[in-house]
Structures are given as structure tokens and as C-alpha cells.
Design a binder for this molecule. Structure first.
Ligand code: FMN
Length: 234
């Protein structure tokens, strides 16, 4: 079995805190292939993620090499043709985001584009940055996570825990990731390549690989703890 490919290979295993704080949505990858044995290890370990009644409602498909190249090509054709995407199976966000979520979303977008040197007015550069989603930001590996249509909010939350577990384990291997709901926009093309059973809904894709450290790496700030956590201690 292949050994770790990142910090662990260099004799510096990450502790959980480091894995959590070093995980970012990475949007520039080198394209270097990820050893299959490492993916096996990450995904078999991520199966330990908790789920209500142990339903394990996630279903992952991992694409590399020719199938991923085909998916990127077909999707790029749709993007180039100005195709707005497929009918939605779920809404990514509420139609009108209320405060403080609206401001947080605005701030995240600002921080990201500021780091890339893209101005608010530069719509072409912004479109290019969005389109990079469907090239998996250059990553050699992509995971597509589906959930059964019969499942409700509690099981979708289970899927979120599973995906975060995958992303933290990837950090332990020296790899990075970017979860991508953007893939749900072109879900039919994903389905054409993957052929999932009809009873599954694509929740999101996830680009996986080695970070290209030559591009800017924005840090997206979090709300102050008091905005999201309340201690009731007498
Ligand atoms: C479920 C989910 C879907 C996401 N979808 C996308 C996406 O389609 N494209 C993208 O560039 N980032 C996507 N992100 C990344 C978020 O924008 C990012 O996690 C957030 O801005 C915080 O930044 P950080 O992860 O770098 O700390 C997604 C994150 C999650 C959890």
C-alpha cells in the first residue's frame, strides 16, 4: 500500500486541529495523480463518519484519468455554449439570503476575488474563476457525492459530516480539496459519465489533489465565535 503523500510522508503527521485549520477550499491544483491506495485509505477511513441510525446515506463516485477528462470536456462544451445548466434538484441557497448570511456570503466572495486580484467590475475574470469549477481547478481526481432521494435534511447533514471527514483525512495525507455544489448545475453531464441509479441526487462534487502553491491562497474569515456559539453556564 502506498504511504502518505504529504506531511505524513515527511514525518510530520497532522493532528486534528491542524487538519481542520489547514483545510481550505483550494482552487488551484497541480494535476499530479493521487495514488489509488491513498484514496482507498481515505475513503475506507471516512466510512467511520457518524450517521443517524448508521444509515450511511452517502454514495461516492471517484473519477480520475479518462472518465474525468471526458466529464471536464463535455462540461466545458456546455459552459462555452453559455448553457445555464440543468433543472435544479435542490436549491443551493435560500432565494433571498437574510442577514447575517447575506453579508457573510458577500465578504467571502470579496476576500476570494481580492486575493486573486479580480475587481468587482471585471465580470469576465469572475466568469473565468467560476468556470474553473468545471475543470476541477486542474485537479486529477474528483469525487461526486450522491444521496438517496428518499432521504431528508437529517441524512443530508450526515452526508456533510462524511464529506468533512473525507476532507480532513485528505489533509492528513498532504492533499487538498474543494467541495463543489457547482457540479449540481451540470448534473446531467455528470450522470452521463457516471450512470448513477435514478434514485440518487447529486449533492456535490469535490476536487482532490496536490495544491498548486504558486497561485494566491485566500483565507476566508469566520464570524466571531459569539455570533455562532452561546455558552449558557449559570
Ligand atoms: C457543500 C459545499 C459546497 C461548496 N461548493 C463550492 C463550489 O461549487 N465552488 C467553490 O469554489 N467553492 C465551493 N465551496 C467552498 C466554500 O465556498 C468555502 O468552503 C467557504 O467559502 C469557506 O472557505 P474555506 O473553505 O476556504 O475556509 C463549497 C463548500 C461547501 C461546504
Amino acid at each position: 500500500m502506498a504511504g502518505p503523500v504529504g506531511p505524513a510522508r515527511e514525518g510530520r503527521p497532522l493532528d486534528v486541529y491542524q487538519a481542520v485549520t489547514s483545510r481550505r477550499a483550494v482552487r488551484a491544483f497541480t494535476g499530479e495523480p493521487v495514488p489509488r491506495a491513498v484514496l482507498d485509505r481515505v475513503l475506507s477511513t471516512a466510512a467511520h463518519a457518524p450517521s443517524g441510525a448508521n444509515l450511511q446515506p452517502w454514495r461516492s463516485y471517484v473519477l480520475t484519468s479518462a472518465p474525468l477528462a471526458e466529464l471536464k470536456k463535455r462540461t466545458a462544451e456546455r459552459v462555452a455554449a453559455g448553457d445555464p445548466g440543468d433543472a435544479r434538484e435542490y436549491e443551493m441557497y435560500p432565494p433571498r439570503l437574510k442577514s447575517p448570511y447575506r453579508e457573510r456570503r458577500f465578504a467571502a466572495v470579496q476576500q476570494r476575488y481580492a486575493a486573486l486580484g479580480i475587481s468587482r467590475a471585471d465580470r469576465r475574470a469572475r466568469s473565468r474563476a467560476v468556470a474553473a469549477n468545471w475543470d476541477c481547478f486542474g485537479a486529477s481526481t474528483a469525487l461526486f457525492c450522491y444521496v438517496d432521494r428518499d432521504m431528508g435534511p437529517a441524512q443530508w447533514a450526515d452526508v456533510g459530516m462524511y464529506l468533512q471527514t473525507v476532507m480532513l483525512l485528505l489533509r492528513a495525507e498532504g492533499l487538498h480539496s474543494c467541495p463543489q455544489m457547482a457540479w449540481s448545475v451540470y448534473r446531467r453531464t455528470v450522470a452521463d459519465v457516471i450512470s448513477p441509479p435514478d434514485d440518487l441526487i447529486l449533492f456535490c462534487g469535490m476536487s482532490i489533489g496536490f495544491e498548486d502553491t504558486s497561485t494566491p491562497r485566500p483565507r476566508i474569515e469566520r464570524a466571531p465565535l459569539a455570533e455562532t456559539v452561546m455558552f449558557l453556564d449559570g
